[in-house]
Design a protein around this ligand. Structure first.
Ligand code: HEC
Ligand code: HEC
Length: 271
């Protein structure tokens, strides 16, 4: 690069940095999401706080006291401001949907099924809303799985039978018709247990008759095992699966082949 070219390059680079920093500053200055909070929040979780948060953030779609809202459809699968009744989802349903960051649902037009987003409520707020939603009916409580009691190979077997068809055997997710199946790493034991009992969106739900609590412990143990980096198969190169690993094999094999060729070539020359 000539001296002038270098100076030009430097000023373009500097400009880029300034623009990037500026954009970041604007992004940071944006107010957080559209969550509505009461002006005063008590220091501890409470039913009252739950009721206020529900009224401000959930009732537009789920109705007064979780009665649900049906407004009519806007074409195939698109729903305008409607949500199912929450009377019997219980603490289990509320806790799962809130801690997964599924709710409040914002973009109801673009995605099939709720997507995981950043959780925008504090722990206290979630506990309060869970209390409130649980008070609306007679839904199930929050499960308390204990994967330490489970068995890894039973878990693998059960996972293969019930889950791997959609989630793949290493729980890395994939596709089924109409839905993206998520990978199951970075979830808590409780979230896995809840998902199995609830069956979010296109996933089927499994009753304790189909999968007992003891079997669920084994499944969770297996799912959490897939999360350990040393169990990812291959060399764990960014954990991206067999193709890149095959490629890396070639990166190593190719130079070795070249060296071998060179050596063989030399031998031929000598003889
Ligand atoms: C923009 C509309 C909208 C808002 C706002 C919203 N929800 Fe939902 N909610 C939905 C829809 C639609 C579904 C059904 C999603 C599905 O089919 O998986 C749903 C599902 C749920 C479920 C699971 C219901 C079931 O039958 O298993 C829970 C629990 C829930 N919402 C809680 C909440 C809470 C708590 C809030 C407030 C923090 C909230 N939602 C805000 C639209 C909304
Ligand atoms: C028919 C396909 C199917 C089967 C079978 C299935 N799942 Fe799912 N699972 C899904 C889909 C699709 C989602 C995403 C739901 C959503 O978008 O709300 C999901 C979500 C989950 C989640 C929540 C993770 C997240 O990010 O949303 C967990 C945990 C989970 N499944 C575990 C299991 C386990 C354990 C089994 C076996 C007992 C199982 N699933 C069986 C399709 C399936």
């Amino acid at each position: 690069m000539t001296c002038r070219g270098w100076i030009k390059f430097r000023s373009v680079a500097a400009l880029t940095v300034v623009v990037a920093l500026g954009t970041a500053a604007i992004a940071a200055a944006q107010p957080q999401s559209g969550i509505v909070r009461p002006t005063y929040e008590p220091p501890k979780p409470s039913l009252k706080l739950g009721e206020q948060l529900y009224a401000g953030n959930c009732s537009t779609c789920h109705g007064i006291a979780g009665a649900g809202i049906t407004r009519g459809r806007l074409g195939a699968g698109h729903v305008l401001g409607e949500g199912p009744p929450l009377r019997n989802v219980g603490a289990q349903g509320a806790d799962f949907y809130l801690r997964m960051g599924f709710m409040p649902l914002r973009n109801i037009y673009s995605q099939p099924g709720p997507q995981r987003t950043r959780v925008l409520f504090t722990n206290k707020e979630i506990e309060s809303m869970v209390m409130y939603v649980a008070s609306l009916g007679h839904g199930p409580g929050i499960p308390h799985p204990d994967p330490a009691k489970g068995n890894l190979s039973t878990g693998l077997q059960l996972f293969t039978d019930h889950c791997a068809g959609c989630h793949q055997v290493l729980a890395r997710g994939g596709f089924v018709t109409g839905a993206l199946v998520p990978p199951l790493q970075t979830l808590t034991d409780r979230q896995i247990a809840q998902a199995v009992r609830i069956g979010p969106y296109l996933m089927p739900r499994f009753s304790p008759k189909q999968i007992s609590n003891a079997q669920l412990d084994s499944i969770i143990k297996y799912v959490q095992w897939t999360n350990r980096p040393d169990n990812r198969g291959g060399w764990g190169i960014g954990n991206v699966g067999p193709i890149p690993e095959g490629l890396v094999a070639w990166w190593i094999a190719a130079p070795l082949l070249l060296i071998a060729c060179a050596l063989i070539g030399r031998r031929f020359k000598r003889s």
